[in-house]
Design a protein. Structure first.
Length: 297
């Protein structure tokens, strides 16, 4: 397992380099991959590029923490929060990567000021990061939090209220994304766009399923852990990105902005419920009373 962590961790670090190279070039006045150098000159684009470059540096730091033993001595929240956000951003792209690849190969796209090779390189890098970073994270988490992987859910308590509220918002978001998959008229309705909406919908439903299981004492915790972790992360991360982009550019309608807000709130509520439940996980299955059977004399 130690060698697997080393391989997966450094593979994740390598996966950040193409995207990070583009961002550093753009932030320092370079034109790598730009058909229109003026594309990245606006204050909004400079801020967005600085933010996303910073995310890649965080991804490198987290990958190294998961790879080496010193990472097991860091405070849990310091690695869990960025990894939760990273899972939310990367998992949908990794899951949708086959459809995205087919779309790049079969559909002519306007580069939007970028060289034709940039988008395939970026999305390929994201898919690579998603697979390798999630792999090294699972290996790290199993070594550090073995009880959470083998234990069972106890009484939900207050976490149940948070999980229920988050699940209701997640179900709403999943329904909207599901409708967008089959919407008859959409300007951006390529195969990849519809498939990604479908992935968002499935991850929203995964969050709902995870929330339900968090309220059932005796459930093996790793099942709701995986479902609620991936689902809540995707809801929060892409909801946050959508809301921030809409507010920064002034684009997007009110309904879409409200959907993004709902996703952010759902993600936060489910994450808090997940964290609260994780603290009470027990190695033993919760006691389940059996019905007493009376045997006639």
């Amino acid at each position: 397992m130690r060698n697997a962590r080393l391989v997966a961790g450094y593979a994740a670090v390598l996966g950040t380099l193409p995207y990070l190279s583009l961002k550093i070039s753009w932030l320092t006045g370079g034109s790598l991959g730009l058909a229109d150098p003026g594309l990245v000159d606006s204050p909004v684009m400079v801020a967005a590029n600085a933010f996303t470059a910073g995310m890649e540096f965080v991804a490198i730091a987290v990958a190294l923490a998961f790879t080496h033993r010193w990472g097991e001595r860091l405070p849990g929240w310091l690695v869990l929060f960025p990894m939760w956000v990273g899972t939310g951003f990367l998992a949908p792209i990794a899951l949708a990567s086959p459809a995205i690849g087919v779309d790049f190969l079969t559909t002519a796209h306007d580069g939007g000021g970028l060289e034709p090779w940039v988008r395939p390189l970026v999305y390929g890098g994201f898919a690579w990061q998603g697979i390798t970073l999630l792999t090294v994270f699972v290996l790290y988490a199993r070594a550090r939090w073995e009880r959470q992987f083998t234990g069972h859910v106890t009484a939900a308590g207050r976490a149940g209220v948070l999980a229920g509220t988050g699940a209701a918002l997640a179900l709403f978001a999943a329904a909207v994304h599901g409708l967008w998959v089959f919407a008859p008229v959409r300007d951006d309705a390529t195969l990849a766009v519809r498939f990604i909406d479908g992935v968002y919908g499935v991850l929203g439903l995964a969050a709902v399923a995870g929330a339900v299981l968090l309220t059932r004492p005796g459930t093996r915790f790793r099942t709701p852990l995986v479902l609620a972790w991936a689902g809540s992360g995707a809801l929060f991360s892409w909801g946050f990105w959508g809301a921030a982009s809409a507010l920064a550019t002034g684009e997007g309608g009110t309904a879409e902005l409200l959907l993004n807000y709902a996703q952010v709130v759902a993600g936060v509520l489910l994450a808090v419920a997940l964290a609260g439940t994780a603290r009470g996980v027990t190695r033993e299955r919760a006691f389940q009373p059996t019905r007493r059977v009376t045997v006639p004399e």
